[in-house]
Design a protein around this ligand. Structure first.
Ligand code: NAP
Length: 249
């Protein structure tokens, strides 16, 4: 299966929202694309695969809980056995379980930390040894503006995203000498299923805080992810790139 020139790109949470847009953006270069998602209902994942197929990319989707260490390790082992290398890892999977701290349950805290933050450790840990061996690779983590500025009702989410930022800078330092870059994107308020559940009034309040006066599109984040993982960004590592319409400067 090994084809030295064709890149292998792994995107967690690639079944919908930002992850799907990232997959479609990468598709323009015809890499192998492997997406990980969680919902046993494959409808959204298949939609991504179909859209990729329309662009001439044969992709795979795997149902996997990225918060579980062992399944993630064997998932990546399988990819490496099949394709020999992974060039790009986009750690995008994420969830919210919002509540004010006084009402937040232990389960809401633990679940968000596991799915949003431990997953980034799991996937990066599983891939980094092979990137070190091949002396190159790109890791792009999807954080959030909330990890930088906080947001009432999202202590678990903000902590997980701030954790991603610290993780990104640390791993960037650990692997820079091997030609691997590790960066994060901190999106602001992006129009996906994650934000569509918010009441209209809350959406209005958020939009009022955005100097560019509108929500971002998944494609805005995808473009930044694609660029950070391209040769054009080879001298950029350990950075948090804000894609937020000016919400935080
Ligand atoms: P979304 O539409 O809700 O999609 C979430 C994705 O994560 C889905 O593909 C989902 O898979 C996957 N996922 C959830 N739990 C998983 C698990 N345990 N294992 C594997 N995959 C799992 O969210 P989104 O808005 O595109 O957000 C993508 C990322 O951007 C997240 O990290 C989010 O925190 C971040 N972000 C979003 C915004 C925003 O405004 N939307 C702002 C800042 C940051 P299934 O489809 O199979 O459930």
């Amino acid at each position: 299966m090994g084809n030295g020139n064709q890149k292998t790109v792994v995107i967690t949470g690639g079944s919908r929202g930002i992850g799907r847009s990232v997959a479609l953006r990468f598709a323009e270069d015809r890499p192998r694309i492997i997406i990980a998602h969680y919902d046993p209902d494959e409808v959204e994942a298949n939609k991504t695969l179909n859209e990729l197929a329309q662009r001439g990319v044969i992709a795979e989707s795997h149902k996997i809980d990225v918060s579980s260490f062992e399944p993630v390790a064997s998932f990546f082992k399988g990819i490496l056995l099949k394709y020999e290398k992974i060039d790009v890892l986009v750690n995008n999977a994420g969830i919210t379980r919002d509540a004010l701290l006084m009402r937040m349950t232990e389960d809401e805290w633990d679940t968000v930390i596991r799915v949003n933050l431990k997953s980034v450790f799991n996937c990066t840990h599983a891939v980094v040894r092979s990137m070190i061996k091949q002396r190159g690779g790109r890791i792009c983590n999807i954080a959030s503006v909330v990890g930088q500025i906080g947001n009432a009702g999202q202590a678990n989410y903000a902590a997980s995203k701030a954790g991603i930022m610290g993780f990104t800078k640390t791993i960037a330092r650990e692997v820079a000498a091997r030609g691997i870059t590790v960066n994060a994107i901190a999106p602001g308020f992006i129009d996906t299923e994650m934000t569509s559940v918010l009441p209209e009034k809350v959406r209005g309040i958020f939009i009022g805080q955005i100097p560019l006066g509108k929500m971002g599109k998944p494609e805005d984040v995808a473009e930044a992810a694609y660029w950070l993982c391209s040769d054009a960004a080879s001298y950029i590592t350990g950075q948090i790139i804000h894609v937020n319409g000016g919400m935080y400067m």
